[in-house]
Write a protein that binds this ligand. Structure first.
Ligand SMILES: Cc1cc2nc3c(=O)[nH]c(=O)nc-3n(C[C@H](O)[C@H](O)[C@H](O)COP(=O)(O)OP(=O)(O)OC[C@H]3O[C@@H](n4cnc5c(N)ncnc54)[C@H](O)[C@@H]3O)c2cc1C
Length: 405
């Protein structure tokens, strides 16, 4: 068994295989310099210096030896052949496999025109987070380009550390692509209340530098702003070079996999790069979130050890910013009908997203219990009257058919 990628998917697949009793050889080949770690900490507790490196690792070093999982770090796989069951590493070494698992994640996007300066950074790896943490210690004002999840979470972390934060976002509200306009407006309020200088509908026109460092920017609103550290957080490009080189099916920005996460015979793909045919939702989705990557890794382990098994878990993600905890179950698209329930002004509410009367997703702010039950509603595939969801008195368990009434 060869697993390429030592992230959420790859690590979970390896340990799940052992748990399932698989007793063949398992090797993880990872381009990363560190053993697998919990990436979500990198924009939160770790970057704030609240936890140290050992806590971010998914397993102790000894666990790999104990489970006979051969972890090969700093190994980039450049190509190979599925027919010949072999991979080619960047250094020229060949590795053969019987079954291949890919969990390659993504690479932060760089926008054209952004200078290649020492204090302009992106965030994906543990070492990126360590570098930002060190630089934040010395910085007074952080400039964030992009108010997606990573930008918004690092903004919250930097404010907690007492830093001035300027966010420049091209869209009208933060988190618009992931959460839509209305919830994005609520997040704009949350960040502004916490003292973030949030400029939406705004772009950088000019970058100002001195030697190898950026000193500030001129924005499209005409203002000139100083900054001593800039984080570019404008999404990722899924790492598709290797899947393309292997001739795997590429679709919708990912690798097309079937219900059991299989891309080709003896080749399984999960996490950020997988476009998965979801058996419960009845459509193909690609999700860039931690629990999905980990659970798909486990699903791949089950599919390989037990024989082809549809992966049925609903997508789930969370985001912590200040004291606001967001949870999301399911998968909605922009044209679904949104039904709100709870206290919008008090930032404790849920939003259900319905398509043809079926709940496709539920988003909750500080409303964990509703989110959990909302997930059951999504799974039930029951047709629900939108008005039945609005009242906080309505019994969601009953609507999902869990109570037998
Ligand atoms: C800072 C940060 C905070 C986040 N916070 C959250 C959060 O709060 N909630 C949430 O749901 N999600 C969060 N995410 C997203 C989540 O971490 C990702 O969706 C998840 O890590 C994807 O897992 P993966 O296995 O697909 O890829 P990754 O975890 O990125 O792992 C990919 C691995 O593949 C390796 N690799 C890539 N190409 C090659 C190659 N050719 N050869 C060998 N190895 C290769 C990489 O080095 C890496 O080890 C966050 C992400 C980041 C960066």
């Amino acid at each position: 068994m060869v697993i390429v990628g030592g992230g959420g998917t790859g690590d979970a697949a390896a340990f799940a295989l052992r748990k399932k009793g698989f007793d063949g050889d398992i090797a993880i080949l990872s381009a990363d310099l560190d053993r697998p770690y919990d990436r979500p900490y990198l924009s939160k507790e770790f970057v704030r210096g609240e936890i140290e490196a050992p806590k971010v690792f998914l397993h102790e070093e000894a666990d790999y030896a104990k489970e006979h999982i051969e972890l090969q770090l700093d190994q980039r796989v450049a190509g190979g052949s599925v027919e010949e069951r072999k991979l080619m590493l960047a250094g020229g070494r060949e590795v053969s496999f019987d079954v291949l698992v890919l969990g390659l994640g993504g690479t932060p996007r760089r926008l054209p025109g952004i200078p290649d300066a020492a204090n302009v950074v992106t965030l994906r790896s543990l070492r990126d987070s360590q570098a930002i943490r060190d630089a934040l210690g010395r910085a007074k004002r952080l400039l964030l380009i992009g108010a997606g999840f990573i930008g918004a979470e690092v903004a919250a972390s930097a404010r907690k550390l007492g830093k001035d934060v300027l966010i420049v976002e091209a869209l009208p509200v933060p988190l618009q692509r992931a959460l839509g306009r209305e919830v994005g407006e609520i997040y704009a309020g949350i960040h502004r209340d916490e003292g973030v200088d949030l400029r939406t509908d705004t772009r950088v026109d000019v970058w100002h530098s001195s030697r190898d460092r950026v000193t500030g920017v001129t924005l499209s609103d005409g203002t000139r702003e100083e900054a001593d550290l800039a984080l570019v957080a404008v999404g990722i490009e899924p790492n598709l070079e290797l899947p393309k080189a292997l001739g795997l099916p590429i679709e919708g920005g990912g690798v097309r996999v079937d219900e059991g996460l299989r891309a080709a015979e003896d080749v399984y793909v999960g996490g950020d790069i997988a476009l998965h045919r979801h058996p419960v939702l009845g459509r193909s989705i690609r999700v860039e979130h931690w629990e999905v990557a980990k659970n798909q890794g486990r699903g791949i382990g089950a599919s390989i050890a037990d024989g082809h098994t549809p992966y049925r878990r609903l997508p789930y993600f969370w985001s912590d910013q200040y004291d606001v905890s967001l949870e999301y179950r399911g998968h909605a698209s922009g044209d679904d009908t949104a039904v709100w329930r709870g206290d919008r002004a008090g930032r404790q509410f849920s939003v259900f997203y319905l398509r043809k009367g079926i709940v496709e997703a539920v988003l909750s702010l500080n409303d964990s219990k509703t989110n959990e039950l909302g997930g059951k509603l999504v799974e039930s595939r029951r047709r629900i009257e939108p008005s039945a969801l609005e009242s906080s008195g309505a019994d969601l368990a009953e609507l999902a058919g869990l109570t037998g009434s």
